[in-house]
Ligand binder design. Structure first.
Ligand SMILES: Nc1ncnc2c1ncn2[C@@H]1O[C@H](COP(=O)(O)OP(=O)(O)OP(=O)(O)O)[C@@H](O)[C@H]1O
Ligand SMILES: [Mg+2]
Length: 252
């Protein structure tokens, strides 16, 4: 299957830090691609370049084999890329529906906001995701799981084809994580392509099709998840043989 997205030779430096050095990353349509690496490996930076939060210093990005330029978050969204950042972006004093449709309902025809339409649309998207909740719930009252679902609903509403989830399971309960897996499976069935960033190896084996490992800002490996054992994965992430990693863990 051909790649819908390719990031080639991506480099990015911050003052005193080479966050990414010649990193390659590609996505196939409809896959769940897990991006993994230790703290500071460069995962969020790579995805923030795709999201238009940061601009790359070097490299190129192709979408459907066409070279594209992403200068800001609006470029990224218009290209069909939606990112759920590690720091969630919901506005706490709005309702869930307002958060999902923010940016759309603020520009109504004739100057009226149709709250009814907005809540109905939010409910339709929640139903699609199998989430039972009132769209008029204030966001402050929502659990982390529900906030994550609202972010996903917001992504779907923006008409994207690629959804990037940066450590979505952090702060979720076990039940909420399983619900998230179900929603990811559903999205995959509908043809969405998903990037899933996580530190938790069991999650990657539960939902991932392919995996890319970054270490110290460098690309290490991309492969089908079935081709890599957990031990090999730990070696790729840490750069050390497993016996040494175990010794390291024992020592600290
Ligand atoms: N805005 C920034 N300014 C300066 N340095 C940054 C900035 N963003 C990231 N970095 C640095 O770039 C490197 C890569 O960070 P990044 O956040 O991409 O890592 P990560 O793999 O997402 O880590 P984590 O698992 O902790 O989220 C780190 O050394 C980090 O400190
Ligand atoms: Mg990160």
């Amino acid at each position: 299957m051909s790649n819908i997205l390719e990031m080639k030779n991506i480099s990015k430096s911050f003052p005193g830090v080479k966050a990414l050095q010649n990193v390659d990353f590609s996505l196939k349509k409809g896959e769940v691609h897990c991006l993994i690496g230790a703290n500071g490996a460069g995962k969020s930076t790579l995805m923030k370049i795709l999201a238009g939060v940061y601009t790359k210093d070097e490299g190129e990005i192709l979408l459907d084999n066409q070279q594209i330029s992403i200068k800001n978050p609006s470029d990224s969204m218009q290209l069909g890329i939606s990112t759920i950042h590690q720091e969630l972006s919901l506005i706490e004093n709005l309702t869930l529906a307002e958060n999902i449709l923010l940016g759309n309902y603020l520009k109504p025809k004739g100057g009226f906001i149709s709250w009814q339409k907005m809540n109905k649309e939010a409910k339709r998207i929640f139903d699609l995701l199998g989430v039972k909740v009132s769209p008029t719930m204030p966001t402050t009252e929502a659990s982390m799981g529900l906030k994550q679902m609202t972010e996903i609903a917001k992504a779907i509403r923006s008409d994207c084809k690629i959804i990037v989830m940066d450590e979505p399971s952090t702060a979720l309960s076990t039940d909420e994580i399983h619900k998230l897996y179900d929603v990811i499976a559903l999205l995959k069935k509908q043809g969405y392509t998903i990037v899933y960033i996580s530190h938790k190896l069991d999650e990657l084996y539960a939902i991932g099709d392919r995996i890319t490992v970054l270490r110290n800002g460098r690309w290490i490996i991309t492969d089908h998840i079935d081709n890599i054992s957990q031990q090999q994965l730990i070696q790729h992430i840490t750069g050390r043989a497993i016996e040494k990693v175990q010794k390291h863990i024992q020592r600290f």
